[in-house]
Design a protein. Structure first.
Lengths: 351, 351
DNA sequence: TTGTACGCGTTATCAT
DNA sequence: ATGATAACGCGTACAA
């Protein structure tokens, strides 16, 4: 069977293609009788407009390109979910791609999406200082919204308030009596990492505590990194009494290391993690976390993006920051037995 | 700046559009000198071909539509990751959409993707018996691969060997001495659920054990369902000594319920879960799971899909089944103290 | 080897 | 209100 076109519909309905198009696009200037005939013909043939031809003609694809470092990260899937909701409600489809944290690949993907004439870009880049990426975005000249990131460009962005969240978490530990608080987090290559560090420093400064640089491990957001650095920290002559991990993938690494070293949480070590997960909720003990509404981030990002696509100035939208909250669970306690002290961890019950 | 076309390039290079097109498409019949001029012009102008126009002309979009019930499910993101690898290597892009397990939405999404002229579909449907969905796929007439699903259509499919995996898990529990083994899993609406049940029944039958229908809870794959049914099972007059959950989201529900009822794992209850997760690995105690390589499923699915897009007959590809394995951890033990018996759960060490 | 010209399926303009 | 027709940007058969 040859492929159907509006022409076939027109012929069957006894009208011209123009009228078919008008019916499809709900143009009011079409006679009810003609409209009926066209609709009948469409139903009879099972025709539907070819979106590619529509895109060709209207110079609009109703597609949004989406780049994240790794789609398996639940952080990103929640964002994508939120974005998809907002986008599909407006008839937009989502193209996704993983960059594997590789800036060159990110730049290539941006080029790819612009070649495919995406109407907009929703990006969470790995390295905010990568020139190829910056150039790609600039020359793409397409409505763009950054998620949890910042760039030296006139681009709208949306994210969560990591600084305030981290500050609150640190303050909480300080209020429990902790002074040696370690921070394991991603480095300075992106906004989230920088803001988290600032929040931590804010709280330490407010409490007049000196910051031990050895307790700052800021080179990666991976679980393996968290595992290694936790081990390292616990082996220090003067180990921390609390660890905050920034990055939702890191908790597993922290817990693995603590388990390996037979360090009891929270008796010997208090732990706060970033991003609520099933693991945090169901670990033994349940882990206190800094939580934010990632779906809202995605929804907001998509909504803003659509506004820009619709003609709003990116500059006027600026940056949107969603709040975070702290979920208190059982992984924090006042510092008691030092890790050096030999205690036999003893918990009871399934908690 | 007006948008660039191949015409602009042709003019600058002093050739015709045809030659520009030939250069872009690596047509060998173009003189080296002309080729150079064109490439120089392309570089100078920063022109790149408009993928929409190319699609229009070639009737091919190099886009694959992908539908899953919920993109937040790590099971699906691993599959997507694998698929993306295989697809992007061939220059294909991925459109994704969540169906929320709603068959009508699934049908609508299939229609949407075909309107957008996707070259292929990679689907994991919620309900294999939904007529609207079946009709949508049939009338879409587009290369399609089913992931972890089966349909009464001539469509290729790829998945994991749930039957063998579940059989092995059940056998393992039987070998430990369990006879009352509960199965909490998704219903009969999709292949994975059916196969899991069959594997369970296989093992029970092989061991000449009678199946207590009360221990079969087969209505959903959600965490909440697992929570409720685990509670229900533990409250039975004659409760199971082991629970197998089929579905990677369910473990959290099982653990929550066990914790709530102060049931000790594995002393009072053995647990096996489907799908390896951080939660399974880091729970207390670590949970024995049936594991499979989801990225491989995605890669295989995409590879097959591309073959069909390239002209292979779906019928010849049939169904591909990837193996599963069992990861033994500490959540299973011989049945000892009944749950009715009052014991004080007492574990030591961070395990 | 290269230029010309047509057509892919729509939408939109311009008559009527 | 509706029909005819010209784009949209590219690929390709055909002619040269």
């Amino acid at each position: 069977m040859a492929r159907l076109t509006a022409n076939d519909v027109a012929r069957l309905a006894g009208v011209s293609v123009g009228t078919v198009s008008r019916v499809v696009n709900k143009n009011p200037t079409v006679a009810p009788k003609a409209k009926q005939k066209v609709e009948a013909a469409i139903a009879q043939l099972g025709w539907y407009p070819n979106a590619v031809a529509q895109s060709m003609r209207t110079a609009t694809t109703r597609m949004i390109g989406c780049i994240f470092s790794d789609i398996r990260n639940p952080l990103y899937t929640s964002i994508i979910k939120g974005a998809e909701e907002a986008l599909s409600a407006q008839g937009y489809a989502l193209m996704v791609a993983s960059s594997g944290e590789n800036p060159d690949r990110e730049a290539a993907l941006i080029d790819l999406f612009t070649r495919r004439r995406a109407d907009g870009l929703l990006l969470s880049l790995a390295d905010e200082s990568s020139q190829p990426v910056i150039d790609a975005i600039a020359s793409a000249n397409v409505p763009t919204v950054l998620v949890e990131r910042d760039l030296p460009l006139d681009v709208a962005s949306v994210g969560t308030d990591h600084r305030a969240g981290m500050k609150r978490a640190t303050k909480y530990l300080i209020s429990l009596g902790h002074q040696r608080i370690a921070l394991i987090s991603g480095g300075q290559k992106n906004r989230a990492g920088r803001e988290r560090l600032r929040g931590y420093l804010d709280a330490m400064q407010d409490a007049d505590l000196t910051v031990d640089q050895d307790l700052l491990r800021l080179d990666s957001l991976s679980s393996d990194y968290a595992f290694n650095e936790t081990q390292h920290l616990l082996g220090l002559a003067n180990p921390p009494t609390a660890i905050i991990s920034g990055g939702n993938q890191m908790l597993a690494g922290v817990l693995r290391a603590a388990r390996l070293r037979c360090v009891d949480i929270p008796d010997q070590l208090s732990v706060i993690s970033s991003g609520d997960t099933e693991l945090a909720e169901l670990a033994t003990p349940p882990v206190t976390v800094i939580r934010w509404d990632l779906e809202a981030v995605g929804r907001e990002g998509a909504t803003i993006l659509l506004k820009i696509v619709g003609g709003a100035a990116a500059r006027s939208l600026g940056r949107i920051e969603l709040p975070s909250e702290i979920i208190l669970r059982e992984s924090c306690a006042p510092p008691r037995a030092g890790i050096g002290t030999l205690t036999f961890p003893n918990r009871r019950g399934p908690e």
